[in-house]
Design a binder for this molecule. Sequence first.
Ligand SMILES: Cc1ncc(C[n+]2csc(CCOP(=O)(O)OP(=O)(O)O)c2C)c(N)n1
Ligand code: SF4
Length: 252
Amino acid sequence: MQKVYSRPKYLKDAAFHYCPGCGHSIVHRLVAEVFEEMGIGERAIGVAPAGCAVLAYNYFDCDFVEGAHGRGAAIATGIKRRWPDAVVFSYQGDGDLAAIGTAETIHAAARGENITIIFVNNGIYGMTGGQMAPTTLRGMKATTAPFGREPRREGYNLDITHLVAEIEGTAFAARALITTPKEIKKAKKLIASAFECQLQGRGFSIVELVSACPTNWKLSPLASIKFIEENMAKAYPPGVLVERRLPEAAKE
Ligand SMILES: Cc1ncc(C[n+]2csc(CCOP(=O)(O)OP(=O)(O)O)c2C)c(N)n1
Ligand code: SF4
């Protein structure tokens, strides 16, 4: 019999606490598979966020630090500077990265810190019950935008990965959709490219995974996938946003 599934080496034997249809479980698995395939799991140090992935260290079988909300890029910076041989990543949601941690994210990119950010964009604050995030789409309802986001009242939605891609210290910025198996395979490739970028010492790398929060979107898991395809993917189109070559200093 052909084996089609096995637990990745760097995922502990623990059941995820995430809701059915939540993208976090899929993204965890992808990162763990990449660690195994690239042989970097023993060197990996993660920074867990506030948000639904707060317990990420219960699932990944690698070293982990719990970060305060939004501070992932700053904490990862400290770890990487102290242990340059470690493969350091911060795992963050959109409330965490694009609201509370905007400054840390942008300045880590501006400094070209050689770290990797795994950014799960579900367009809402999941853990705290569905408040509006900077990434909440125009017209999308949230507990703090009960009539649907209206730019003149709640502001425009923010494509933070695009913003960060403009910064010279960003070596690699990409986005993928956590929807169909085909898109999820693309997501895995981009996650691997981001870690490869860090291994080559090229600077800041970020992969945004556009992902479902069926619970707070108040949609079924299947309808959530459709919502990503029909709405989120238009505001946050997948693909490589930027890939910069080795800076001169790193080549010497
Ligand atoms: C400095 C700070 N502000 C606010 C909070 C409360 N808080 C915890 S999780 C969360 C929302 C997280 O949303 P997001 O980052 O989008 O992650 P998700 O739960 O959707 O994965 C908030 C506001 C906190 N823990 N620390
Ligand atoms: S609330 Fe949303 S982000 Fe949090 S575990 Fe449930 S589906 Fe995932």
